[in-house]
Design a protein around this ligand. Structure first.
Ligand SMILES: Cc1cc2nc3c(=O)[nH]c(=O)nc-3n(C[C@H](O)[C@H](O)[C@H](O)COP(=O)(O)O)c2cc1C
Length: 231
């Protein structure tokens, strides 16, 4: 059960980042900060399992405050290191965030440099099948499914035994997403599913491996009695 101890390699193994299949991109508008007490945000964080549709504004805010690149620096690894809101072993940030919903039946990958979403037109499990896989645990309803897809070769370029570093990166990112969702007043639930094989058709070398998933959405509309309204 104990994963092998990660160690920096005596010599780095330069890695060429994966070229994702790319469809059209849509720019996201940077959010305006909301005045909120950190204590209130932390106290209010709870997993919630009812999901209304997520607006592009809310998705933009969630991604901006959890994943966008704040600073970058060249490295000998074959790609830049970066600083983002969540931590990552070696500042490598191997985990890509992808989103889909029943309203947008295509995977959109977040570009943390340009703050935009780019469609991944092929190579991934169909969004409706991914949502069907997670539904026995938590029904996605009208919410958005987030998938954490790790580019293992990035962390492996610097570290021997990189696996536990990537899993811990995933945990740090999931926790951060939950806090940001609380700040934004969104419903958020981490999932036990990893989507391990959702990218199996992308490439033969298994460069992309799912390391987590979550559902996020607006609080569903409620009627005057406070009951959830089925839309
Ligand atoms: C890695 C991870 C996986 C989880 N998987 C599920 C899941 O599959 N289904 C679910 O209903 N909740 C899931 N949760 C949410 C937990 O059940 C929830 O965090 C726990 O009940 C504590 O509630 P709280 O988040 O409101 O504090 C998961 C949470 C984490 C961190």
């Amino acid at each position: 059960m104990q994963p092998p101890e990660p160690r920096p390699r005596s010599q780095v193994q330069p890695y060429h980042p994966f070229a994702w299949p790319s469809g059209p991109s849509v720019g996201l508008v940077p959010p305006e900060d909301i005045a909120q007490s950190f204590c209130d945000v932390v106290a209010a964080r709870r997993s919630a399992r009812t999901f209304g549709p997520l607006t592009m504004t809310d998705l933009s805010s969630l991604l901006w405050y959890s994943s966008r690149v704040l600073a970058r620096q060249g490295s000998a690894l074959g790609f830049d290191l970066s600083q983002r809101p969540a931590p990552s072993a070696g500042a490598i940030h191997p985990i890509h965030l992808l989103a889909c919903s029943s309203a947008h039946d295509s995977w959109q990958r977040y570009d943390p440099d340009r703050h935009c979403l780019t469609e991944v037109p092929h190579g991934l499990l169909a969004p409706r099948d991914a949502m069907a896989q997670v539904a026995p645990a938590v029904d996605p309803q009208q919410g958005t499914l987030l998938w954490l897809a790790a580019e293992v070769g990035k962390t492996a370029s610097k570290y021997e035994n990189p696996e536990s570093l990537i899993w811990r990166d995933a945990g740090a990112l999931i926790a951060h997403l939950g806090i940001v969702a609380s700040y934004l007043g969104l419903h958020f639930c981490a999932l036990g599913a990893t989507g391990a094989t959702w990218g199996a058709e992308l490439d033969e070398a298994q460069l992309i491996c799912g390391v987590g998933a979550a559902l996020v959405g607006a609080p569903p509309c409620t009627d005057v009695s406070g009951h959830d309204v089925k839309l």
